[in-house]
Structures are given as structure tokens and as C-alpha cells.
Ligand binder design. Structure first.
Ligand code: FCB
Length: 437
């Protein structure tokens, strides 16, 4: 199947119908998102008067994907892709509580129709980090009513599109939203309150279940899952008991308990002497697939004197490190797929995997090595049915602004010109080879 000398070990059986795609999120690419927690955050300052985003940038027009989506669908097709994961912008669809914007809903209908016409399968994410201002002003996911509010929004979008969209993710990366928003302060509302992070995370998991139920009532046929970040955690100092405990606690609370919630409806978020939050007797199995977003491995060091008790230490040499400072650890993709396959027999999708690499030297080997890990997982019988690269385009990378370039296509933000990166060509060739067999 593959004739490329670099691709040894890649000739795994990817069946017809395997989803080969790229992913984006509304706030990061669309432009014109002016009514959300993120738009407010971008113009805010921290206590010392510093901007929240690198260089004081704002998402602004971003990639103008709102207008340029027809061209961007062409870019997906140019990579041989047959799938596209994107999110709908809640703050545009429900700009005021309970008031749904017809024009915004029709816009997404047009995007879906254009994808289908191009032979590209849409996967919609309903919530990808951004909340309408009214929701965050009410307390966001810290408010007890948040799961119902999300369920109503989900139902509205689903009613409109479920006849044409077969794949849905309720929420993207709840634990990143909770940890970055309420522990590290890198995301809005920039709080440092572990207890609140637990509360928010619990409500987000609950919201997932309510969204799933509300949508299934409308139409049970489409596949509905959730996209979770799964990191590999390792102790920084091998054999150091406290670092080992730190890595185990992270694995337990951020990975294992997430999967346990989905499969059993029980969740126990527990950091000894610091925090314990639980969900009990929630409906089990409220998902049709699990989406895994995989990027890196973290080496954790326990700190006695730090408020959060733990930090992640960069250990990889520069050639194995991305522009985000993240270790390139392709084996980890196999490890997280095994982790998920160990808890469910339902299908898995890699809903994000990619690299910020402005120099473009590391992109090609990054993708080849991760595809090798993906192929290895399939050979072991793991039911992974799709692979979405993050991201189709360079875009607004949250607190890093436009400084981190994850795009398969380079974007010149002055002209909006998109150019295929040299390092992305291997991916295109690989996909085309797989789809040709
Ligand atoms: C993930 C997010 C996505 C993007 C990538 C780099 O955590 O889902 O929006 O920021 O990281």
C-alpha cells in the first residue's frame, strides 16, 4: 500500500470508511466572535495590567472561516480527506439566553451542505471552550443549572442538523476547560480555585450526559460522543515516590475517572488533603464513541511548597519538542488508545492530534510516527475509526494568540492566503494511499 521508504510499518488495514480529517473550532478560525467569555477575556487585563493573550492579541477576524469555508472545504479535499471536525459557536447561535439566531443556524446548515456535497463527513462539536457572555455572567459551569442550559442549546442545533450530520461531540476537553479556567488561570475566568475546578468539571460531565440524552430523544441514529484530552503522565524523577504519586494522581483523576464516569456514571475526583468531588448514580454509557485528543506526555514533579503541589517539567531535547514546549511522544498515541479500549468496546476516534511547528521541520516525522502508532493500534484490534489532525489552518491558539502554528496549511493573516506546508504533504500522500486501496 505504501511505497514511501519512510513509512515502514504503516501498511495497516485502514478500512474504507475510516474517517481521515482535520479539526478546527469556531472561535479559533471563524472571526467575528464578539459575544463570548473569550472575546471579553481577550480585551481584559490581569491584576498587574498585563494582557491575557500573548502580545495582547485578539481573535478578531481569525481565519475568516465564517466567509471562507467553501475555500477551506476545498483545502480538506486537497488533502484527500473525507471528514471535517468543526464546532458551532454557541455565542452566535444563542446570543441571549433562550433567543436562537436563525441566521447563525442557517449558516451552519450551509457549511454542512457544502461538506456533504464535497463528499466530506461532518463531525460537529457543540461546545469547544467558548461560552456566550450571558452564560459566563451567570457563573458558567459553576452554576447548578448549567447542564440543562447546555442540553437545551444542544437540542436546538441537533434538531436542525441531525438529519444530515452523523457524528457529534458534545463537549471538547472538559478537564482542559476546568483546569485552565480555574486552576492555572490561562483561560477565562482566570481563577485559581481547585475546588471550583472540580465543581465545574463535574457539571461539564453532567452536561455531556444531558446533551446526549436530549439529542437522542430527537433522533437516536447519529453517533454522539465527547472529545477528551488524554495525556500520558510520567514521574519527572524516576523512582521518586512523590513524583510517582503525582503522575498516578493525574492519571487517575484526569484520565481514568473520566472514562469511569462515561462507562459507569460514577465519578470521584480526589486529590488527597486538597479536594474531593463526586458524581453518583448518573446514567452509565451515555455515549456512542469516545474522541481522544492526544498531543504529548507530561513529566510531573511534586512540589511541597507550591499551591498546586505539582508542575510539569520539560525533559525532552529540542528536536523532540514542539513550539508549545510539548514533548513529541508518538508511542503515547498507542498508549492512550489502549487505555480507552481497555474501558469500552465502543468505537474510538482520534479527534485531535498535531504539532505547532513554525519551522516545519518536525511536522512530517511527527505525522508519520503518530500514524505508525495509529496503525499499530488497529493491528492490535483496537476499534479506532478515524483520525483528525489539529488543525486544518494556523489559527488563534487561545492564550498563545496567533503565535503557535498548528496548521496543515500556513495562513498569512494579513492576506488570508492559505499555503500547504511542505511537512503536511506526507499526510496527504499517506491518506491518498490508504484511500486508494
Ligand atoms: C486542544 C484544543 C484545541 C487546540 C489544541 C492545540 O487542547 O482542543 O482547541 O487548542 O489543543
Amino acid at each position: 500500500m505504501m511505497h514511501n521508504g519512510n513509512s515502514g510499518g504503516l501498511n495497516a488495514p485502514f478500512p474504507t470508511g475510516f474517517l481521515w480529517g482535520a479539526a478546527t473550532s469556531s472561535h479559533q478560525v471563524e472571526g467575528g466572535c464578539t459575544n463570548s467569555n473569550w472575546s471579553a477575556f481577550e480585551s481584559a487585563r490581569d491584576a498587574e495590567g498585563r494582557p491575557r493573550i500573548a502580545g495582547g492579541q485578539v481573535a478578531g477576524d481569525a481565519c475568516r472561516h465564517w466567509y471562507r469555508y467553501p475555500e477551506d472545504i476545498g483545502l480538506l479535499a486537497g488533502l484527500g480527506m473525507n471528514a471535517y471536525r468543526f464546532s458551532v459557536e454557541w455565542s452566535k447561535i444563542e446570543p441571549r439566553q433562550g433567543a436562537f439566531d436563525e441566521a447563525a443556524l442557517s449558516h451552519y446548515e450551509r457549511v454542512v451542505d457544502a461538506l456533504l456535497t464535497a463528499g466530506i463527513t461532518p463531525m460537529i462539536t457543540l461546545h469547544h471552550f467558548t461560552d456566550p457572555l450571558w452564560f459566563s455572567e451567570q457563573g458558567g459551569f459553576a452554576q447548578p443549572g448549567s447542564p440543562e442550559i447546555l442540553a437545551r442549546f444542544a437540542r436546538k442545533v441537533y434538531e436542525r442538523l441531525a438529519d444530515r450530520v452523523c457524528y457529534w461531540c458534545t463537549i471538547n476537553e472538559p478537564s482542559v476547560y476546568a483546569v485552565n479556567g480555574y486552576v492555572t488561570g490561562e483561560f477565562p475566568p482566570a481563577e485559581h480555585d481547585l475546588r471550583k475546578a472540580g465543581l465545574v468539571l463535574g457539571n461539564m460531565l453532567h452536561a455531556h450526559t444531558r446533551m446526549y440524552q436530549a439529542c437522542k430523544e430527537v433522533n437516536p441514529a447519529p453517533q454522539i460522543g465527547i472529545a477528551t484530552n488524554v495525556f500520558v503522565f510520567a514521574p519527572y524523577r524516576r523512582g521518586h515516590p512523590m513524583d510517582i504519586i503525582a503522575a498516578r494522581l493525574a492519571q487517575r483523576n484526569l484520565n481514568d475517572e473520566f472514562f469511569r464516569y462515561l462507562t459507569t456514571g460514577e465519578w470521584d475526583f480526589h486529590f488527597p488533603f486538597m479536594l474531593r468531588t463526586r458524581l453518583r448514580s448518573m446514567p452509565a454509557d451515555a455515549f456512542d464513541f469516545i474522541g481522544l485528543n492526544y498531543y504529548t506526555r507530561f513529566h510531573l514533579q511534586f512540589l511541597w511548597h507550591d499551591r498546586t503541589r505539582v508542575r510539569s517539567v520539560h525533559t525532552a531535547p529540542p528536536e523532540k519538542t514542539t513550539d508549545m514546549g510539548w514533548e513529541i511522544y508518538p508511542e503515547g498515541l498507542g498508549e492512550v488508545l489502549e487505555m480507552a479500549a481497555g474501558v469500552t468496546a465502543k468505537p474510538l476516534y482520534v479527534t485531535e492530534n498535531g504539532i505547532a511547528d513554525d519551522s516545519d521541520h518536525k511536522r512530517a516525522p511527527f505525522f508519520l510516527d503518530h500514524l505508525r502508532a495509529l496503525a499499530g493500534a488497529r493491528r492490535k484490534g483496537i476499534d479506532v475509526r478515524g483520525y483528525f489532525c489539529w488543525s486544518l489552518l494556523d489559527n488563534f491558539e487561545w492564550a498563545h494568540g496567533f503565535t503557535k502554528r498548528f496548521g496543515l496549511y500556513h495562513v498569512d493573516f494579513a492576506t488570508q492566503e492559505r499555503t500547504l506546508r511542505r511537512g503536511s504533504a506526507v499526510l496527504r500522500d499517506f491518506i491518498n494511499a490508504c484511500r486508494a486501496t
